[in-house]
Design a protein around this ligand. Structure first.
Ligand SMILES: Cc1ncc(COP(=O)(O)O)c(C=O)c1O
Length: 477
């Protein structure tokens, strides 16, 4: 990768040969430091105590410890990250899908350094630099269909939950303050007081004053495609009959994230969207987790569907709400001090540019091929360890690979132990010790969740990681 490709990011008055040479020297120094990261490494006994103390102090400051007792050292290479205890691990969760180009990608670092030469660190809604306009244009042009811009507007913000708040406000204003939301079982929408009510997780709204009427429709069930579709349609119709003109939106994750990497086809969403549209209910796709990492930049494009509002986040670095002209709200509804940092805006745009230029998307694009490689290696693992892969639906028999391998693109899931939650967390901790950082998803069955760095991921990274998972499973025997 030519890491000089985005040098145009320097202000012309700053882009002197001396400044460019200085940036080259910094990049060369980082490259040199990274060369020592060649694979998984055990913790360094000299660093372990200090690392553990910082993690503990930070946990006390937060009032609760970190889920994983780990912190990055600031050095990494591709899918590998060095931690403060000196260990090196495969990062297959990337800050829950944020670091799309992994750790220490030199082009991304160069982009961030150039952003840091700018005059401001943060950009906002009252005042911004051209970076905000360029990032917004990258999201909108990626959403344009054959040059047509149905999603013509894009409002930037700095978290997925806030992008979702903006989406809901837009939908509510459009429907004259309709108080109800239609969404799906197992969905997740963020942790503001309102999004905690939209999401299907009781723990996330414990102790909150509930002020939103939310109905959770059944999601697609691959074991019963037609039945699950007709049950969802029937429940939607019933809700519309019961509460006419009371729904602000039909909110859906086209590929569920926290809920278990549940994939649904166009044939599931289309009849639901038709019914909702006929009743004047706007359709909002929450793509905060799936954005950028499957076979198309936007999942709605892959499904060939037309939402009114779309939210994106995580790998985009800066989050956004995109919407059609018809949904454009009145002045005063949306704003905030921050959009995001100059570096986030530049890096987000650069990532999108690279994913497109490097062939990430399409039926035979990099994301589709890497997912197929994941399925191939995972299948070998499942077939050689049937005792660790009972069927989640019938624990008495070994699972078929399709029951325990799932997801799409860079959302990869594997379900050992029949998806038994009590065994998945200890497994994740043993995987961490052995050199793999992953996470879980799903409300039962609970799955191993992988959000690997798709921009730099190789098949050999996937093979190594699943090899480590296999070793850890075998130790368990
Ligand atoms: C589908 C979905 N929506 C919204 C959010 C919230 O995003 P954030 O954590 O950036 O607020 C998430 C985060 O996991 C998500 O997966």
């Amino acid at each position: 990768m030519n890491t000089r490709s985005s040098i145009q990011g320097l202000h012309p008055a700053i882009a002197t040969p001396e400044v460019e040479a200085a940036i080259d020297a910094v990049i060369a120094g980082i490259d040199q430091a990274q060369s020592k990261l060649t694979g998984v490494r055990s913790p360094d006994p000299d660093k372990q105590a200090a690392a553990a103390a910082t993690i503990q102090t930070y946990g006390e400051a937060r009032g609760r410890g970190l889920w994983y007792p780990l912190m990055g050292s600031g050095l990494g290479r591709g899918a590998l990250v060095e931690l403060t205890d000196g260990s090196v691990k495969y990062d297959f969760i990337t800050g829950i899908g944020v670091h799309a180009f992994g750790h220490g990608d030199l082009d991304i670092i160069r982009t961030a350094i150039m952003a840091a030469t700018g005059d401001v660190v943060m950009q906002g809604n009252l005042q911004c630099n051209e970076d905000a306009a360029a990032f917004s244009e990258a999201l909108l042009s990626g959403a344009a269909d054959g040059g047509e811009r149905k999603l013509a507007h894009c409002f930037l913000t700095n978290s997925g939950a806030l992008a979702n708040e903006n989406a809901l406000k837009i939908c509510m204003q459009k429907t004259g303050g309709a108080p109800r939301v239609l969404t799906f079982e197992h969905c997740f929408a963020g942790r503001t007081t309102t999004m905690a009510q939209v999401g299907d997780s009781a723990g996330a709204r414990q102790g909150l004053a509930l002020n939103l009427e939310v109905e959770h429709l059944p999601y697609f069930d691959p074991a019963d495609p037609e039945g699950s579709t007709s049950r969802a349609v029937e429940q939607l119709e019933q809700a519309i009959r019961r509460y006419p003109c009371q729904h602000a939106c039909l909110a859906l994750e086209p590929l569920q994230g926290e809920g278990g990497f549940n994939v649904a086809p166009r044939s599931f969403f289309q009849p639901l969207m038709e019914r909702a549209r006929a009743a004047g209910i706007p359709i909002w796709f929450d793509e905060v987790q799936s954005f950028g990492r499957t076979e198309a930049m936007y999942r709605y494009q892959w499904l060939d569907l037309e939402p009114d509002v779309v939210t994106v986040g995580k790998m985009s670095q800066v989050c956004a709400t995109l919407y059609t002209p018809d949904m454009n709200p009145n002045p005063g509804l949306l704003s905030a001090t921050f959009i995001g940092s100059t570096a986030s805006l530049r890096v987000g745009r650069r990532m999108l540019e690279r994913l497109q230029a490097e062939g990430a998307y399409g039926e035979d694009g990099r994301h589709a091929r890497l997912h197929q490689a994941f399925r191939r290696f995972a299948r070998q693992l499942v077939e050689s360890n049937p005792e660790h892969f009972p069927s989640p639906h019938d624990p008495g028999r070994p699972a078929s690979p399709d029951e325990v391998i799932g997801g799409a693109g860079g959302m990869m899931r594997l379900t050992p132990y029949g998806g038994d939650a009590t065994r998945i967390k200890p497994l994740l901790m043993r995987m961490l010790d052995a050199g793999v950082i992953a996470f879980s998803c799903g409300h039962g069955p609970v799955h191993l969740r992988f959000l690997p760095p798709m921009g730099v991921l190789t098949e050999s990274d996937i093979e190594s990681v699943l090899g480590i998972v296999g070793d850890v499973l075998e130790e368990d025997a």
